[in-house]
Design a protein around this ligand. Structure first.
Ligand code: KG4
Ligand code: ZN
Length: 340
């Protein structure tokens, strides 16, 4: 009988402390502790994030093992996010994973957070048992990254295009901040957008060459628009929140889709996956499903819990690395800027 492989995954790159247990590719537990402390500040405060990770990490791991009904002695390896992310946050998960691996005398596996977002597609129940086959394209859109990645194999990936300034999630969060919505604003914009008219207001779209993205011009354009309208009517935001959210959301989606269409035309690949927190956006998900119907794309959209930051994606990446005997050492250091 083949050996059962059980891996603990740990994610602490930004403001979510997460732990998951995977057994032979199947997720047994996936626990995330969100940090509410940043809401007041309109963005993640790095020092507060690392302190909250320190408080959360032990209870989160404990809960994941209990949910999975796994004793720590049954683990075969511990996988952790090495980067990219906030250094103070990464240090907490990395140090914990190293201590755990040393204490249990089991191997340590380092995971690139962005590869993790993409490999979440290989979690057994990520998308009703549907997994992309190689090669495929992935639009990876999060609070820190916006990339179009060509995936030739589990660990053979090439970034075809990326943002030259803000990430798509940042565009959502900054627009939300201008509208006085709490951080993270993406989910709230999504919620209001459902009730609004996406054509109500027009915002500028960047002209950036190749497959790269830019969102900083849109932010400035949006801020000037809101300031001008509020000068005329101080209640403009409140009166038009649904239409404003629908319009900014559809502009961000248009910018993403324009480059994705270009990537499909350039590569001839029409298997399209999405990953990262912004892939939880219902407008983006619906737009991709429309492309599947109208343009023959094959679209892969993971469950919500595997889109935003989670440790299941770290555990599944760890599982594939375990199968390749690709292990880290006690001297593997976290890396704030860690390219795919
Ligand atoms: O991948 P993620 O959880 O963390 C990073 O690695 O950055 O992504 C977080 C980002 C935030 O910018 C958040 O506003 C955005 O994902 N986000 C959304 C939605 N849910 C999360 N943006 C738009 N619509 C959503 N439903
Ligand atoms: Zn992420």
């Amino acid at each position: 009988m083949s050996k059962t492989i059980t891996i603990l995954g740990i994610e602490s790159s930004c403001d979510d402390t997460a732990a998951a247990v995977i057994q032979n590719g199947k997720i047994l537990a996936n626990v995330v502790a969100n940090q509410q402390v940043h809401q007041l500040y309109g963005g993640v405060v790095p020092e507060l994030a690392s302190r909250a990770h320190q408080q959360n990490i032990i209870p989160v791991v404990d809960q994941a093992l209990k949910k999975a009904n796994i004793k720590k002695e049954e683990l075969d390896a511990v996988a952790f996010t090495r980067g990219p992310g906030l250094m103070g946050s990464l240090l907490v998960g990395t140090s914990f994973a190293k201590a755990f691996s040393m204490g249990l005398n089991i191997p340590l596996i380092e995971v690139n957070h962005m590869q993790g977002h993409i490999l979440a597609h290989f979690i057994e129940d990520a998308n009703n048992g549907k997994h992309p086959s190689f090669p495929f394209l992935c639009l990876t859109v999060s609070g820190g990254h916006t990339q179009i990645v060509l995936i030739k194999d589990h660990f053979d990936m090439a970034v075809l295009g990326e943002t030259i300034d803000d990430a798509a999630g940042e565009a959502f969060d900054k627009a939300a901040k201008i509208l006085n919505l709490p951080y993270p604003g993406g989910p709230l914009i999504d919620k209001y957008a459902k009730e609004g008219d996406p054509k109500a207001f027009q915002f500028s779209k960047p002209q950036i060459p190749d497959l790269n993205f830019s969102f900083s011009g849109l932010k400035t354009n949006f801020m000037n628009f809101i300031n001008n309208e509020c000068a005329k009517d101080p209640e403009f935001k409140e009166k038009n929140i649904e239409n404003i959210c629908a319009s900014i959301q559809s502009t961000i989606i248009d910018i993403l889709m324009a480059k994705l269409k270009k990537a499909v035309a350039q590569t001839g690949i029409n298997q399209i996956a999405i990953a990262g927190g912004v892939s939880a956006n219902s407008g983006l998900r619906q737009t991709l499903l429309n492309y599947e119907k109208e343009h023959g794309w094959q679209v892969y959209i993971p469950k919500f819990e595997y889109c935003t930051d989670n440790a299941a994606m770290i555990a599944v990446t760890g599982y594939y690395k375990y199968l390749k005997n690709d292990f880290a050492t006690q001297s593997t250091a976290p890396s704030a800027r860690y390219a795919i």
